[in-house]
Design a protein around this ligand. Structure first.
Ligand SMILES: Cc1cc2nc3c(=O)[nH]c(=O)nc-3n(C[C@H](O)[C@H](O)[C@H](O)COP(=O)(O)OP(=O)(O)OC[C@H]3O[C@@H](n4cnc5c(N)ncnc54)[C@H](O)[C@@H]3O)c2cc1C
Length: 400
C-alpha cells in the first residue's frame, strides 16, 4: 500500500499563500481588526454578530495560528479561578472583565460548539486536548458571522482620516503594492512585542519578556540539566521574600525553567535570589526519622547523588535540599517567552469599551495592551474577554 505523503513545507507555504491571495479585501469596512490571533478573532466575531462589516488582517499565512502553540498544543484556554488580582494591572482588568468573566468566556465557547474539561489547578482544556479544536471553532464561527479573514497581510500603519482610519497593509504574495483599507473603526489585536502600536502615536510601556525561564548562577546547573523536580520556590529580594510558589522546576544549563519559574519571572529582577526547597512536603526532622543512608529514596537519584557529591555527605545534602539557592541574572530563552509585558498604556484606554481616549474609534485588546497574567489559562482568558469588549464597542460605534 502506498503511504500518503505529507506536503513539503515549501509546497504548504505556497498553497497557503495562494489561498490567501484569493481572498478579496474590500476598500472600505466598518471594523478593521488588526491581528487575527486569539483576541482579534473573538473581537471580529462579536463585532460581526452585532451587525458590523468586519475585515481581519493578519500578517501570518493563516488566522489563529498563535493559538496552536498554546498549552503545549493542548490550549489551556481559561482557568476556573480567574481573578483580576493575578494580573499586572489588577484594577484595569477588573473594570474591563466585569462580574461574570469565566461565565462569559465559557458561554462564548459553548456557542462556538466547543466542549471542555477542567484539570488540576483549575486549568480548562478543550475536551479533545487539541488547540486546533479551539482555533477551528473560532474560524468557523467567524466565517459564519461574515467576517472577512484576510491572512498574509501585514499592517504597516494606522492613520486617522476623515470619518475613520486608513489602514495601510502589504500582501505577502504581492509585496510591491501597498494597499489601503478605509475603516470607520480599528481594533488593535496585534499581540505583544510589535512596533506597530508605537507608530500609531499612543503612549506605550516598554516591552519585557515574561513567563520565561530565568538565567541563574548557582550549584549543579550543568549536572542537572534536563531534570525536573517538584519544589517550593521562593523569590527573595534583599533578604525579604517577594513571592513563593509550589510546582515543577526544570534545571537548565543556563538557569531554571518550568511553570513555577515562568510565574516568578513576572516579578524577578536581576540580583534577586531563587531559593528551592526540594522536599516541600517534608520537614527535615521527619526525613531524619526515616533512618536514611542516602537520599535516593526521597529525591530523583540523579539529583540526590549530585547534591551528596556537592556537600560531601548525605546529611549535608539533606540540609541543602531545603535551600538550594540561585542568583538571578535575568530572563532567558526569551524567544520562547509566553507573554510580553508592556504595550499600549492601559491608563489611556476606557476600560468599559477599550477605546483609546485620545483616538475615538480606535480600540485595543489582548496582549497589545500592557496586561499579563500567570500561566494556567489566564492570558488567553484576558485575550478572549478583552476581545469581546472591544468587538462589541467597535460595533456599537459603527451603528451610530
Ligand atoms: C508557546 C506559548 C504557549 C502559550 N500557552 C498558553 C496557554 O496554554 N494558556 C494561556 O492562557 N496563554 C498561553 N500563552 C499566551 C497566549 O498565547 C497569549 O496571551 C495570547 O495568544 C494573546 O492573544 P492576542 O490575540 O493578544 O495575541 P496573538 O494571539 O499573539 O495574536 C496576534 C496576531 O496579530 C498578528 N499580527 C502581529 N502584527 C501584525 C501586523 N503588523 N499586521 C497584521 N497582523 C499582525 C499575528 O500574526 C497574530 O496572529 C502561550 C503563549 C506561547 C507563546
Amino acid at each position: 500500500m502506498r503511504k500518503e505523503r505529507r506536503p513539503s513545507r515549501t509546497r504548504e507555504h505556497a498553497r497557503l499563500l495562494e489561498a490567501a491571495s484569493r481572498i478579496r479585501v474590500p476598500e472600505a469596512t466598518d471594523v478593521c481588526i488588526v491581528g487575527g490571533g486569539a483576541a482579534g478573532l473573538v473581537a471580529a466575531i462579536v463585532a460581526a454578530e452585532n451587525g458590523s462589516r468586519v475585515v481581519t488582517l493578519d500578517a501570518d499565512l493563516e488566522c489563529g495560528r498563535t493559538i496552536l502553540a498554546t498549552g503545549n498544543g493542548r490550549c489551556n484556554f481559561t482557568n476556573v479561578g480567574l481573578d483580576s488580582a493575578r494580573y499586572n494591572q489588577p484594577e484595569f482588568v477588573r473594570n474591563v472583565v466585569g462580574q461574570s468573566w469565566l461565565g462569559d468566556v465559557l458561554a462564548f465557547f459553548h456557542d462556538c460548539g466547543l466542549a471542555w474539561e477542567e484539570e488540576a489547578e483549575g486549568r480548562v482544556y478543550p475536551l479533545s486536548r487539541q488547540a486546533a479544536s479551539v482555533r477551528s471553532v473560532l474560524l468557523g464561527r467567524a466565517t459564519r458571522a461574515g467576517v472577512i479573514l484576510a491572512p498574509a497581510r501585514s499592517v504597516r500603519s494606522v492613520r486617522q482620516a476623515d470619518g475613520g482610519f486608513e489602514v495601510a497593509y502589504e500582501e505577502a504574495f504581492d509585496a510591491q503594492t501597498r494597499r489601503v483599507l478605509q475603516s470607520r473603526t480599528v481594533v488593535m489585536a496585534v499581540g505583544g512585542g510589535t512596533d506597530l502600536c508605537e507608530n500609531i502615536g499612543l503612549p506605550m510601556t516598554p516591552y519585557l519578556p515574561v513567563l520565561c525561564p530565568l538565567g541563574c548562577e548557582g550549584p549543579l546547573l550543568a549536572e542537572l540539566d534536563g531534570r525536573r523536580v517538584r519544589v517550593e520556590a521562593r523569590l527573595i529580594r534583599a533578604g525579604v521574600e517577594v513571592l513563593s510558589e509550589r510546582g515543577e522546576v526544570l534545571f537548565r544549563r543556563y538557569g531554571l525553567s518550568g511553570i513555577v519559574v515562568f510565574n516568578l519571572s513576572r516579578y524577578a529582577r536581576p540580583g534577586d535570589e531563587l531559593v528551592l526547597d526540594l522536599l516541600p512536603t517534608m520537614k527535615l526532622a521527619e526525613a531524619h526519622e526515616l533512618g536514611l543512608h542516602t537520599l535516593d529514596g526521597l529525591l530523583d537519584p540523579v539529583i540526590a547523588q549530585a547534591l551528596t557529591k556537592l556537600e560531601g555527605s548525605w546529611e549535608g545534602a539533606l540540609t541543602r535540599t531545603k535551600a538550594l539557592t540561585y542568583r538571578i541574572i535575568g530572563p532567558a530563552d526569551t524567544a520562547h517567552a509566553q507573554v510580553s509585558r508592556g504595550g499600549l498604556d492601559v491608563r489611556t484606554f476606557n476600560p468599559a469599551t477599550l477605546e483609546a481616549q485620545s483616538k475615538p474609534g480606535l480600540f485595543a485588546c489582548g496582549e497589545a495592551l500592557d496586561v499579563d497574567g500567570p500561566c494556567g489559562g489566564f492570558n488567553l482568558a484576558w485575550a478572549w474577554k478583552s476581545g469581546m469588549v472591544a468587538g462589541a464597542a467597535a460595533a456599537k460605534e459603527t451603528s451610530r
